[in-house]
Design a protein around this ligand. Structure first.
Ligand code: NAP
Length: 298
C-alpha cells in the first residue's frame, strides 16, 4: 500500500475503522505492514475487525491542524504520529492521558466524539524491548543515554519513571542538551539526572550499566560510535535505538561480548501497545515483529 497525501483523502468515502500513521516523511514507515499483518491475523483468529485498515498518510508539519479534523470526519479511529508531529500535536488534542503528559509528546491518538485523545506508547516500547533483549530494565540501574533529541526525551522519562538509579545524559552539542535539561526539570526523579557534553562526560559507569544510543549515529554502517570506544567494556548492556543497519556499535559490542540489541523491538512494542489500545484486544506481537523484520529486509 502506498503513501497517500491527506489532501487526496478529501475525495474519499468515510472509513469503517480507519487507522493511519501521519508523518513527513512517512514513506519508509514499517507501521502499515506491522499493523495490517496483525489485523489480518486477528481476523483469521475470529475477531470481528471488519473494515479495519492501517494506512500511511503524508502530512507536513504546518498542515496537521487542518488534517486532523478531516481524518476525524472520515472515521479514522486511531492515529500514530511520527516526525515532525509528536509534540506539535499537543495543543490540537481534546485530552492527554498520563503517558502523553509525562512524555510531553503523543504518538498514539484515540478517537473521541469530537476529536482525539493523546497517548504515548514509546516509553512502554523501549522498556519492553530492553526487558525482552536483556532481561533487565532501568530500575535500580546506572543508565547512560547518548543523544538529546525527541527520542532521548521519551526514553529519559521512561527510565526515570521505571526507577533508574542514576541517569546520565550525554550529547554532542550544548543546545539540545540544555533544552532537554529544561524539559526534564519538572519530571519526577529529576534529582537522579546528570547532563554532560560528550567531551566532558566522565567514564564512571557502574557494573551492569545500561547504555542507550539515541543519537542518529548508527543509521549508516560507517558511522562512528556514538561515544568513545574505550567505554565499551564487558559488563554493560547496549540498547541501540537505530535499526536497519549492521553498524559499528553492533559489531564492536559483539566482538567484546557485550549484549547488544537494536531499535526494531522498540518500534514493534510501541505498535503492539497502540493496537491494543485501539482494538481493546490482545495483539499478536510475533506477527508484528515478523512484518517489521520483513519490511526492513532482514
Ligand atoms: P533528533 O531529535 O534529530 O536528535 C538527533 C540526536 O542525534 C541529537 O542528540 C544529535 O546531537 C545527535 N547526533 C546527530 N548527529 C550526530 C553526530 N554526528 N555525532 C554525535 N551526535 C549526533 O532525532 P530523534 O528523533 O531523537 O532520533 C534519534 C535516534 O532515535 C534516531 O537514530 C532514530 O532512528 C531513533 N529512533 C528510534 C525509534 C524506534 O522505534 N526504534 C523511535 C524514534 C527514534 P546534537 O544535538 O549535537 O545535534
Amino acid at each position: 500500500m502506498g503513501v497517500r497525501s491527506w489532501e487526496e483523502l478529501k475525495e474519499e468515502p468515510p472509513r469503517a475503522a480507519g487507522l493511519a500513521v501521519l508523518g513527513d516523511p512517512v514513506k519508509h514507515s514499517l507501521s502499515p505492514a506491522m499493523h495490517n499483518a496483525a489485523l489480518a491475523a486477528m481476523r483469521a483468529a475470529g475477531q470481528s475487525l471488519e473494515g479495519w485498515k492501517y494506512e500511511a498518510v503524508h502530512v507536513p508539519a504546518e498542515e496537521l491542524p487542518e488534517a486532523l479534523p478531516l481524518l476525524h470526519g472520515l472515521g479514522f479511529r486511531g492515529l500514530n504520529l511520527t516526525i515532525p508531529h509528536k509534540v506539535r500535536v499537543l495543543p490540537l488534542l481534546e485530552e492527554l492521558d498520563a503517558s502523553a503528559r509525562g512524555m510531553g509528546a503523543a504518538n498514539t491518538l484515540i478517537r473521541t466524539g469530537s476529536g482525539y485523545r493523546g497517548s504515548n506508547t514509546d516509553g512502554y516500547g523501549i522498556l519492553k524491548a530492553m526487558e525482552e533483549a536483556f532481561g533487565v530494565r532501568p530500575r535500580d540501574r546506572d543508565v547512560w543515554l547518548f543523544g538529546a533529541g525527541g527520542a532521548a526525551r521519551g526514553i529519559a522519562v521512561a527510565c526515570l519513571g521505571d526507577g533508574a538509579d542514576r541517569l546520565t545524559i550525554v550529547n554532542r552539542g550544548a543546545e539540545r542538551l540544555e533544552e532537554l535539561k529544561r524539559q526534564l526539570q519538572p519530571v519526577e526523579g529529576a534529582g537522579r539526572l546528570r547532563f554532560f557534553r560528550s567531551e566532558e562526560a566522565p567514564d564512571d559507569s557502574g557494573e551492569g550499566a545500561l547504555y542507550i544510543n539515541a543519537t542518529s549515529l548508527g543509521l549508516r554502517a560507517d558511522d562512528p560510535l556514538p561515544f568513545d570506544d574505550r567505554r565499551l567494556r564487558p559488563g554493560l548492556f547496549v540498547y541501540d535505538t537505530t535499526y536497519g543497519c549492521r553498524n559499528r556499535l553492533r559489531k564492536v559490542s559483539g566482538e567484546r561480548g557485550i549484549p547488544y540489541a537494536d531499535g526494531l523491538p522498540m518500534l514493534v512494542w510501541q505498535g503492539v501497545r497502540s493496537l491494543e489500545i485501539w482494538t481493546g484486544a490482545k495483539v499478536p506481537a510475533e506477527v508484528m515483529r515478523a512484518a517489521a523484520e520483513g519490511g526492513r529486509g532482514v
